[in-house]
Write a protein that binds this ligand. Sequence first.
Ligand SMILES: [Fe+2]
Length: 478
Amino acid sequence: MNHQHAVIFDDVSETPKTKLNVEGELPAWLSGDLIRNGPGLFNFSGVKLNHWFDGMAVIHKFSFGENQVYYQSKFLQSRAYISAIREHKIVSSEFATSPKQSFIRHIYDILKGVLTDNNNVNIVKFGKYYLTMTETDNHVLVDPETLSIVRPHTYDDKIKFIINLAHPIIEEGGNLFYNLGIKFGSTSRYILYRTNVSTNNREVIAKIPTKRPSYMHTFAKTENFFILYENPLKVNPLKMLFSDKPFIKNYIWGDDPVNFIIVDKAGKIIRQFTHEQFFCFHMVNAYEYASKIYLDLIVYPNADIIKAFYLEPRVNLEDKNLVPLLRRFVLNLSDGSCSSYKPDVPGIEFPYINGAYAQKLYNFIYAVSSRNNDFSLNTLIKINLSDLNANRLWQQDDCFPGEPVFVAKPDATMEDEGVIISVIADLKNKLSFLLILDAESFNEITRINLPHLLPIGLHGSFYSDVIPANTRVWKAGI
Ligand SMILES: [Fe+2]
């Protein structure tokens, strides 16, 4: 097992609310909660999970204020988790692990949408609760103080998806949610919808038919348009119905190019663009300028990156196809042309931006990067898009950073005025620490040790006590 795998497959234990030892000086304005989600349990009696994205969800909360930090963590008490712990079995298909169940039960589960509620991908504020998400339609609300489940987040509408993305696009200070559901059938549909924290209904914006739904992890939005990117990793829903393979194994990398679908706010498809093949988990940002859409994605030449995250990797981890590359796509709405180029930066994943600059011309990307431009993500990077020579790095031997969360200073006037918070797994010292960097200089402000080593996890957000919710627009995902 390489070092990165040792970090992502680390089993964690729950931690009651614990005061951490802060030795340095935190910015006086840094007050609020960093909430994070990710897989944190892989090994338990009778169950063998195959893949990073199968691990049982654990929620981490870090509360900042008055130069103090409290930490607590709790496993999401999902049906999936409780069955795993009490009955030593998984009850519904995880990303890459199937339950042992009868064929009839399998059909029933898919038709009825009885899919996993192991929401280990993302967590965002939703009204007075936190909303936990994975890529099924079983999003769950948890209490912000206890991190216990309040209730499943059900809707009064009759819409039922198989897939519901874990990266909603959030606007209006955290009140308006856009998201993409996928319905499977003889004709499947991508369904763009919006909802509000004060309602239990989803308003459908667009229904886009497709024969073979693509695996989608994120979608993008600009001021006036939604952008879906259909990559060549696609599923035949009817075959999936009669297959006993785990979820993701039903998706096949085919010959199709990538198809960008541009939808306006009224739900009308106004353009489609094709581009040579790539695979993408994460969007960085998208904006409109002079009748063009500028779309920054983290792309791979193919979907082998999914095979790299098996507990026993199914690809050579030295393969350069596993290096995530920043690529800018320029979609010309006037003449229908589509071009792209790769800024000269090392591989990056888990991108984060100042949420105030989402859907706007922006300059700074914070991300996890690779010291040797390979599969191992062992560095934090600040990319200055207007001057790549001014990029900044943070790295330390045997340290693996999690997603760098940007927190804006309350009275900030500059895009990079604030701090970066990242949970760093320090394998040498066998513990994790919170790293606080000045976002402008990328210099270390302080680090705060955690009680134990944490897996690096997936996604999270910071919610300030001082300013309106610093919600990330695409985000927050695997
Ligand atoms: Fe993600």
